[in-house]
Ligand binder design. Structure first.
Ligand code: C5P
Length: 413
């Protein structure tokens, strides 16, 4: 079956109230001629400088300008719009809008979208040079940059107010190029299908009891989100956890190792990569009691049998085998044990971490030692979303190089 072609990048272009807004029709055209879909959202101030009709004509889509537009909200609600975007580009971004973003205000459609989206934020400031130099603006820009926004420009030169200095919006061609090239560089899994399993499994003993473990699902969910942000189509198969799945991924809820095994194999059709981040039970009850087990004696024995090893079963597939990534939670000899697991399970890559004594499970940060045939890389301790981004980048690199034999060992081996 043919692989899905990478779809066009979707840019949500926010236009705020600065004189540079007159360049936005050209910016829309420059983005579209590079293959992007553009949805324009204007603030009330922007409409003092440029009409919605002009931007609608060049973008080919009705412009959105209000949170309270019932017809537009019914067609695509603001949260859907926030999810639709692969990136939000605010150009021009006024000093006022930067201040608003810095404080997390949601007092209009555009500021609400910026708060509600998981997509990367690109900001192209444009203002008078004194306003740009003002410590308040500098602090807002620094804050937004620290939070992960990319600041594009501003340029230096003649300003509409007659002054000269930094504060000019970058030219449309340059903005389109910078935004799309940076975004494409992040989308290392565009056109790929990735299946991620996450969370613990629950092995039932009777109608009210089960055996489980402390996995929070945070690492697997962060990996699913990072793969989605890298442009992949993602299926997340998850055991019971207390966190919400990331938007934009297909979600399959399961309970037991057996159910996870079946759901993963169903999801694997056409998949390029399988990432087994779930803490799957090794053993399940031989038989689940139909009624609650009574405490009739001083001791009791449970008979357990091996649960399916999902990772090994995916790695053993004869046809349609994806690139297989497993996790290894180790309490000692991390590299030796993880390398042995890589071989034993016939996985393509193992991401190992130390657990126990407050490490690993149910925590927000972690570190990983990633091993594959002929290579290794350590990812130093950081919060799980960042760890997941780095891991996904590495997976894309090793998977990509195995499709072009001979490159990764040279780079990292
Ligand atoms: O066997 P062990 O638990 O040490 O290996 C961990 C890796 O194997 C993880 O990727 C985990 O998701 C996977 N696994 C599995 N099925 C099992 C046990 C572990 O897929 N029954």
């Amino acid at each position: 079956m043919d692989k899905p072609r990478p779809r066009s990048l979707r840019i949500l272009l926010g236009v705020t109230g600065g004189i540079a807004a007159y360049k936005c029709p050209d910016l829309v055209r420059r983005l579209r001629e590079r293959g992007a879909e553009v949805q324009v959202v204007m603030t009330a101030g922007a409409s003092r400088f440029i009409t919605a009709l002009t931007l609608q004509a060049v973008s080919g889509r009705p412009v959105r300008d209000s949170l309270w537009d019932e017809a537009a909200e019914a067609a695509m609600g603001h949260i859907e719009l926030a999810r639709w975007a692969d990136a939000v580009l605010v150009a021009p971004a006024t000093a006022d809008f930067l201040a608003k973003l810095g404080h997390g205000r949601a007092d209009g459609l555009l500021s609400t979208l910026c708060l509600a989206t998981a997509a990367p934020l690109y900001l192209a400031p444009a203002m008078n040079q004194q306003m740009w130099a003002n410590p308040a603006t500098a602090a807002n820009v620094a804050l937004l940059r620290d939070r992960g926004a990319t600041i594009l420009g501003p340029g230096e030169g003649d300003q509409a107010c007659g002054e000269t200095g930094p504060g000019r919006m970058l030219e449309p061609d340059q903005l389109a190029e910078l935004t799309l090239s940076r975004l494409s560089a992040k989308r290392v899994l565009a056109g790929r299908k990735v299946v991620v399993s996450a969370g613990p499994t629950r092995e039932r003993l009777d109608p009210v009891r089960f055996i489980s473990n402390r996995s929070s699902g945070k690492m697997g969910y962060a990996v699913a989100q990072a793969a989605r942000d890298a442009g992949a189509t993602v299926v997340l198969v998850s055991g019971p956890v207390g966190i919400s799945p990331p938007s934009g991924v297909e979600f399959v809820a399961v309970e037991s190792a057996q159910q996870m095994h079946e759901a993963v194999h169903r999801a694997l059709a056409d998949a390029d990569i399988y990432i087994g981040a779930a803490a799957v039970a090794d053993y399940q009850a031989r038989a689940i009691a139909a009624q609650k087990i009574k405490k009739s004696s001083d001791s009791m024995q449970l008979e357990l049998v091996k649960a399916p090893d999902i990772l090994a079963s995916v790695a053993a597939l004869k046809s349609g085998r994806p690139f297989v990534v497993g996790f290894a939670a180790e309490t000692e000899n991390i590299e030796e044990n993880a390398r042995a697991k890589l071989v034993r399970k016939r996985a393509d890559m193992i991401a190992a971490n130390l657990v126990g004594d407050g490490l690993g499970f149910d925590r927000d940060d972690n570190s990983l030692l990633v091993l594959w045939a002929g290579g290794r890389e350590e990812i130093a301790s950081c919060v799980k979303p960042e760890l997941a981004r780095r891991l996904v980048t590495l997976i894309a690199e090793v998977h990509g190089s195995q499709r072009r034999p001979g490159t990764v060992a040279a780079v990292r081996g």
